[in-house]
Design a protein around this ligand. Structure first.
Ligand code: F6P
Length: 367
């Protein structure tokens, strides 16, 4: 198959490293003499070809990607509300989910695209697989700060998010020690505890609470009191937004909105409210939130993003449609998208990182 034009889009939550992927793909595609169309706001630009026109879908060249390697976010915009199989439409003043995927496929053909590079996480790869089943040619590029996508050693964005979380823990150590307080920092990651586990290890937190290991209060109180008894009257607790007590549920923010995932929020406040009455110490909560999603990508994410972008174009050139590029250190390999989405990538209780954390005295609250 001779390729003349491909599309590229970024889907789901943004993360540092998206722009390096776009740059890597554009530079390689242009070197091959292909046209590459940037699609605005994930599938929004395919559901409606005039979406945000004239600033919406646009052909990309070297000038468009100059200087973006160090920028967070995505020059193409993104959306986590544009799943074409569950698209929110309004009819007679009532909002409802509708399947507009046929429109996406029709517009893809109308644009005469030979294929599409879809940069996204678990949700975007699931959508990609369903569009593949409808006849589209897609190459996936794994993105997410959550690190919850299987088949790749790392997704880009994770490294930067962990660095941001680690910096926050470092700062919280300073003020926790000055005021003899318990500091709780709530980190992102949805149902995966990877960001929290890595940041807790890198930032030398005393307690690490993750969704995969539901916690009890007693071991946490024990750890704080034991530190106090040894002359360290402050403690640092890193808690994932998806963490939950053994006898309770995850904390959600409001009801689930149509066409969107249920938002997680409040795990840190719930924990603080349970701890404070049982401690003779002040407890403060920091929710790091979307700070973890922005900022300059680390060199790791810039390099991984650049390699993924050019490898995605190479995969298209060699006809490996319906595969996702993946890191199997030190190589970039191709895996079927169906394989990548088969199982979520979660922290296993027997993971060597969990062991290392326990070895240096970090409590998971599950003891
Ligand atoms: O998947 C990335 C992520 O940042 C999660 O860690 C978090 O739960 C979610 O997205 C937040 O999404 P939103 O940007 O819609 O608030």
């Amino acid at each position: 198959m001779t390729i003349q034009r491909i599309g590229i889009m970024t889907g789901g939550g943004d993360c540092p490293g998206l722009n390096p992927v776009i740059r890597g793909a554009v530079l390689k595609a242009r070197a091959l003499g292909w046209q590459i169309l940037g699609i605005e706001d994930a599938t929004s630009g395919l559901i409606d070809l005039d979406y945000r026109s004239p600033k919406g879908n646009r052909w990309l060249g070297p000038d468009d990607v100059r200087g973006i390697i160090s920028k967070g976010g995505t020059i193409l915009g993104t959306s986590n509300k544009s799943d074409p199989f569950h698209y929110v439409v309004e009819e007679n003043g009532i909002k409802k989910e509708s399947d507009v995927s046929d429109r996406v496929v029709a517009n893809y053909h109308k644009l005469k695209l030979d294929g599409l590079i879809s940069i996204g996480g678990d949700g975007s790869m699931r959508i990609a697989q369903k569009l593949i089943d409808k006849g589209m040619n897609i190459i996936g590029v794994p993105k997410t700060i959550d690190h919850d996508l299987g088949s790749t050693d790392y997704t880009f964005g994770f490294n930067t998010a962990v660095q941001t979380a680690t910096d926050a823990i470092d700062r919280l150590h300073d003020t926790a020690e000055s005021h003899d307080r318990v500091m709780v920092v709530e980190l992102m990651g949805r149902n995966a505890g990877w960001i929290t586990l890595h940041a807790a290890l890198a930032g030398a937190a005393h307690v690490c609470l993750i969704p995969e290991l539901p916690y009890r209060l007693e071991p946490i109180l024990e750890r704080i009191n034991e530190r106090r008894a040894r002359g360290n009257p402050y403690s640092l607790i890193a808690i994932a937004e998806g963490a939950r007590p053994a006898a309770g549920d995850q904390s959600h923010e409001g009801p689930k909105a149509l066409g969107q995932m249920q938002r997680l929020f409040g795990a840190g406040y719930k924990l603080a409210a349970a701890l404070e009455p049982r401690l003779d110490m002040e407890v403060r909560v920091t929710v790091l939130g979307h700070l973890q999603r922005g900022g300059t990508p680390t060199q790791f994410d810039r390099i991984l993003g650049t390699r993924f972008g050019s490898a995605a174009v190479e995969a298209a050139r060699t006809g490996h449609w319906n595969h996702m590029v993946a890191l199997r250190t030190p190589e970039i390999v191709l895996v079927p998208i169906s394989e990548a989405i088969a199982d979520p990538h979660n922290v296993s209780p027997s993971d060597s990182m969990v062991r290392a954390a326990r070895d240096v005295g970090i409590t998971f609250g599950d003891e």
